[in-house]
Design a protein around this ligand. Structure first.
Ligand code: ADP
Ligand code: MG
Length: 710
């Protein structure tokens, strides 16, 4: 990349202490507690909420669980209760409606006791809860009503994130508003120049930057605020996409790879004589994408997403055949022995009758067998190697590794993946990462925005979606009855229990108890039950799995160890116990173990009667859809972007204003426009892109956490 012209020094680069009203002590606090060091940081720490000061709820009309409310009323009571460590401060607020609201504090009691005055009128804000039939707010924001009314712009107030320490030192919501006003008083429009090119501003009808920043902090009304937010969201996402796409361009120009020009005998013969089914449209599309990648002479770094059962293995195999056709070896790596073994078996079955040597390697392959594999790998007699991460250990040497496939990407660490790169000289192998964890589009575009992503969004035909129902605990009998019915038809059942690490001992105990109960309900010899859990020795676990797979046992009681990869098409019913203790993506993965055969399958979600709002929503999502992408979207809404599997390592998801759960549309437009712009002016050299280029160079200094997948 060209070195961008160094951006002019701006008033925004000055330290916050430069501002009137901020002494060294406050500056230190801002810097330590909120990472606000410069005036620019202060400007870009946006409010997370706005209070419409003209709107008050009447206490008598407040419903429990309605969320945050703002009320105005008289503090009628203030008491300290309890003693020692369990102290709390309680107050009562009564408004014109005649009804009252409890206020409760557990921290900062002394300060509050001195500050709050019984008999005074306050404006109170916070989320309402119902407790013992009474409405209450814990740790409400309190402001004297008289004072609130005299504030400038008292109609629509920004609220900033804060800490108790900051509040005590006068950097509470009101203090921050003062600072922001002081800041804007010092800035001239020239300090906030437009950075987006005029044609984009016009086309997308965006608010000018200076106006948007001002309105974001001090909005005159909702309408202007909305327009300001849209502008700044677009800017944030647009800059990020520009940077990601630039990185991609750079990578593609620097990291050479083998060009697999030919599609040859292996691929064609397989396609003609061995492919056991018609590929789905999605599989064909993805193979085409991969084939194009492999032919470019640039190292492929592609993420392949596809729901459980969407047929990724076949896509992987056919990609490996492309490598073979060009005289290279290929490997496929899976996170567990069982999964790797399963891949090995299905791939061997697929290529049966072709003169092709497929080998399996894991830590459990030792001695002579291991030595032989390593030798044949080094002299090129093995075409395809499948295994666990034993594959990337030092003694494993390929003759010429052209393609490495990694299944279930999020289980491998970055370091492990980096080892793969070194497995071949002079060029690193092409990399295809396969994941069954659907990542919402918006996350994929950010967390993996500099990579190529392929999606298999279609299941092979003839799959019947799993019928999912929710039962509460007291209908257990009915559930056991359903298991019996399925077994009577010759089918098998999974019963899954949660196992949470911190609670492992207790959970194992619960699993043992549950096993005793199951033994009584499903007595031998009519029924045989397998049990597997993560604390078992691998051999015992594998043995139990095998017994179930062979049909020697009809019921598999398990913890989440069966989550990934186990394939028993005859299992048609899964009961998940304590469903509320599982996350959405985990539930989805688990459910993917049934519905693998031709028979209709069922998933029963057992839960206790009392459920949190979030648990209820998770369960409803599972009942409503089997589409992994929809489930991932729901997960994103419920938990936020940082918690979604496969994205934890990304620092890109901490955004200032954009919200990946809700701003998908803006993101799509931003990526699109960024692509367009770079295709015309990759180095941002045109005059209308100068400001943008300068800003980008600066903005990006503060962001880390990019990476390639491998
Ligand atoms: P994934 O790894 O994506 O979860 P698999 O590759 O294990 O899925 O495929 C699931 C099952 O579907 C396998 O039994 C596989 O043989 C079968 N399958 C894959 N592609 C097709 C297809 N196009 N038509 C029919 N069956 C398919
Ligand atoms: Mg798979």
């Amino acid at each position: 990349m060209p070195t961008p012209p160094s951006p002019a020094v701006s008033v925004l680069d000055r330290p916050v202490a430069f501002l009137k009203g901020i002494g060294p002590a406050k500056a230190k606090l801002l810097s330590e507690d909120l990472q606000i060091h410069s005036l620019g940081d202060l400007l870009h720490a946006y409010p997370f909420r706005y209070v419409d000061r003209t709107q008050f709820h009447r206490i008598i009309e407040i419903m429990p669980n309605q969320g945050a409310v703002q009320v105005k009323g008289k503090l009628t009571v203030l008491n300290v209760r309890g003693d020692g460590r369990k102290m709390r401060l309680t107050g009562r607020l009564r408004d014109d409606s005649g009804a009252a609201l409890e206020l409760v504090w557990f921290r900062g009691i002394n300060v509050l006791q001195n500050m709050l005055v019984v008999g005074e009128e306050y404006v109170v804000y916070g989320p309402v809860q119902e407790f013992n039939g009474r409405l209450s707010i814990t740790h409400p924001e309190m402001e004297l009503a008289a004072k609130a009314a005299t504030e400038e712009a008292a109609t629509f107030e920004p609220v900033y994130s804060s800490t108790e320490k900051l509040n005590r030192r006068g950097l509470d919501a009101r203090g921050r508003r003062k600072l922001i006003r002081a800041l804007f008083a010092q800035l001239s429009p020239a300090d906030l120049p437009e950075i987006l090119p005029p044609y984009l501003m016009e086309e997308l009808r965006l608010m000018p930057r200076a106006k948007a920043l001002h309105a974001l902090h001090l909005p005159p009304n909702q309408e202007v605020l909305d327009a300001a937010r849209r502008r700044m969201k677009f800017e944030e996402l647009f800059l990020l996409q520009l940077r990601l796409l630039q990185l991609k361009l750079v990578r593609e120009s620097q990291i050479a790879g083998y060009a697999f020009g030919a599609i040859g005998e292996y691929f064609n013969r397989f396609y003609r004589d061995h492919l056991p089914f018609e590929l789905t449209g999605a599989q064909k599309r993805v193979l085409k994408e991969i084939r194009q990648d492999l032919g470019r002479g640039i190292q492929m770094n592609r993420l392949l997403q596809g729901d459980v059962g969407s047929g990724k293995t076949m896509v992987g195999l056919m990609s490996m055949l492309m490598a073979l056709d060009n005289g290279f070896q290929a490997c496929m790596m899976a996170p567990t022995e069982i999964l790797a073994q399963q891949h090995y078996e299905s791939i061997q079955e697929y290529v049966e009758g072709m003169e092709l040597r497929v080998a399996f390697l894991s830590g459990s392959i030792k001695g002579k067998a291991r030595k032989e594999i390593l030798e044949d790998l080094a002299n090129g007699e093995i075409h395809i190697l499948i295994g666990t991460h034993a594959l990337i250990e030092a003694p494993v040497v390929f003759q010429n590794l052209g393609l490495a496939i990694i299944d279930e990407q999020h289980r491998f660490g970055v370091k492990q993946r980096a080892k793969l790169w070194k497995k071949n000289k002079p060029y690193p192998p092409h990399i295809l990462v396969m994941t069954a964890t659907p990542i919402p589009r918006t996350l994929a575009m950010t967390a993996y925005g500099d990579l190529d992503v392929s999606v298999i969004d279609e299941l092979p035909p003839g799959r019947k979606p799993v019928t999912t129902v929710h039962f509460t605990e007291h209908r257990r009998e009915r559930v056991f009855g359903r298991i019996r019915e399925e077994i009577a038809k010759g089918r098998q059942a999974y019963v899954v229990y949660p196992l949470i690490e911190e609670n492992e001992k207790l959970d194992l105990l619960a699993l043992e108890e549950a096993y005793d109960e199951m033994l009584q309900r499903f007595p031998r010899p009519d029924y045989q039950i397998s049990v597997v859990h993560g604390k078992m020795k691998a051999e015992v676990k594998d043995q139990e799995m095998a017994r179930f797979k062979n049909g020697d046992t009809q019921i598999m009681m398990a913890t989440t160890v069966i989550e990934v990869g186990v394939n028993v098409p005859n299992a048609t019913i899964m009961v998940i116990v304590h469903t509320e203790r599982f996350g959405l993506s985990q539930l989805h993965q688990l459910r993917g173990r049934v519905g693998r055969g031709a028979e209709e399958s069922f998933c029963i979600l057992l839960s206790s009667v009392k459920l949190s709002k979030e648990s209820r929503e998770r369960i409803k999502t599972m009942v409503d859809t089997t589409d992994g992408f929809k489930i991932a979207e729901a997960d994103l809404r419920l938990r936020g972007p940082g918690m979604i599997d496969g994205t934890q390592q990304s620092g890109l998801l901490q955004m200032r204003i954009a919200d990946l759960a809700n701003d998908g549309k803006i993101l799509g437009v931003a990526r699109d426009r960024a692509k367009n712009l770079l295709s015309q002016d990759p180095r941002l050299q045109r005059p209308e892109h100068h400001a943008l280029g300068n800003h980008l160079a600066k903005y990006m200094q503060g962001i880390k956490g990019w990476g390639r997948i491998s």
